[in-house]
Ligand binder design. Structure first.
Ligand code: 13P
Ligand code: SF4
Length: 352
């Protein structure tokens, strides 16, 4: 086999040395993640970025993760996203101007003010830094799929009402698990006049969910679980909380990518497990656990095409440029956005 690309990546990595740390999200391809100094879910990667001492962070993940690393990193630290096209379709479902419009409407409806009295906003980490700043300035916080429950507790200690964006599924699944009935949650549609809601609905709701979703996880359906249970009696089903409520209700467990990894590792020898998450992680778990049957909940597999954009070629290009003293694809959040985004992200790191 031609290992020249691997050899070049390794050589460049050696040359930049400890000044550069490579972070890799669990959805990255094998040929990329094998070079990561640290791998994790979005919570652990944000934490690793906040603790990293090196001058450079090469983020093998998607744009919002690199932005968070830039906000949480030390002054002068440089965050590089090997391919700038590695975005997140869910994060693209909420624009800061749409969020501002929604909030202005909430103020007119009399449920909050510009400081967030009455409604605590929570933004999933899969959102732009501008939205994180907006939320931080209004007394809210960022959450990830691994601490959404703690974030709800934090938010509801401040106000009874929560505005959760941009993932309606994570917001609904978490709210429901906290004992909030579905009929006390409403969905704000940014493409409809007044979000498609009456003031009365806004006033009665405990949770206002943004109409966003992950195009990868929304593909998993309750029928997939039924088919798996019929084909593999006794199979355990674990789903990421970005999956629909109906899917999470039927699953045996739900949790972040780190949780899913631990779930599979902890399963007894010979166990069969079907997973509702991105296919690269599922394939890796199947390979690393040959004594268990590890399957994708959907036979067709579900690919996050934007995570896939980070290729070994991009990684090599970013590293070799660093060796030559060039910084390519730096992710830099504007200073005025950084302050409040950091407030919201620091709150996220404090909540478990
Ligand atoms: P995790 O927080 O589980 O890493 O999930 C991130 C993500 O984008 C899932 O789609
Ligand atoms: Fe975004 Fe979904 Fe990809 Fe996660 S899996 S990065 S939420 S598109």
């Amino acid at each position: 086999p031609d290992n020249s690309l691997d050899d070049r990546i390794q050589a460049a990595k050696r040359k930049v040395g400890a000044e550069c740390i490579i972070l890799g999200h669990h959805y990255q391809r094998d040929e990329v993640i094998k070079f990561a100094d640290f791998r994790g879910d979005s919570y652990r990667l944000a934490k690793a970025a906040s603790e990293s001492k090196g001058r450079y962070i090469i983020f093998c993940g998607v744009h919002f993760m690199a932005e968070s690393a830039d906000v949480l990193g030390r002054d002068g630290q440089v965050v590089i996203l090997p391919d700038l096209n590695a975005g997140c379709s869910m994060a693209d479902m909420a624009e800061i101007t749409q969020v501002e419009t929604a909030w202005e409407h909430f103020i007119r409806a009399g449920i909050t003010d510009d400081k967030g009295t009455g409604v605590t906003p929570i933004t999933y980490v899969n959102s732009t830094a501008a939205i994180k700043a907006f939320v931080g300035e209004r007394g809210g916080l960022v959450c990830t799929s691994s601490n959404a429950s703690g974030a709800y507790a934090w938010a509801t200690a401040r106000n009874e009402k929560v505005f959760f964006l941009p993932d309606q599924h994570l917001g609904r699944n978490t709210g429901y698990a906290k004992g909030i009935p579905l009929n006390e949650m409403v969905v704000w549609d940014p493409y409809m006049l007044n979000g498609g809601l009456t003031n009365d609905q806004l006033k009665r709701a405990k949770v206002i969910l943004w109409k966003g979703h992950c195009s990868v996880h929304q593909r998993f359906l309750p029928e997939h679980i039924e088919r798996m249970r019929a084909d593999y009696p006794g199979i355990q089903i674990v789903a990421h909380p970005e999956c629909r409520w109906e899917v999470c209700q039927k699953a045996d467990a739900t949790g972040s990518t780190d949780f899913i990894i631990k779930f599979v590792k902890a399963a007894p020898k010979g166990a069969a497990i079907a997973i509702g998450t991105e296919m690269h992680l599922v394939h890796r778990l199947a390979t690393e656990n040959p004594d268990k049957t590890v399957l994708s909940l959907d036979d067709n597999g579900c690919l996050c095409t934007t995570m896939y954009r980070i290729s070994p070629q991009h990684l090599c290009w970013a590293l070799e440029n660093l060796v030559d003293g060039n910084i390519v694809n730096q992710i830099k959040v504007k200073p005025k956005v950084k302050h409040w985004a950091k407030v919201a992200l620091d709150r996220m790191l404090e909540v478990r």
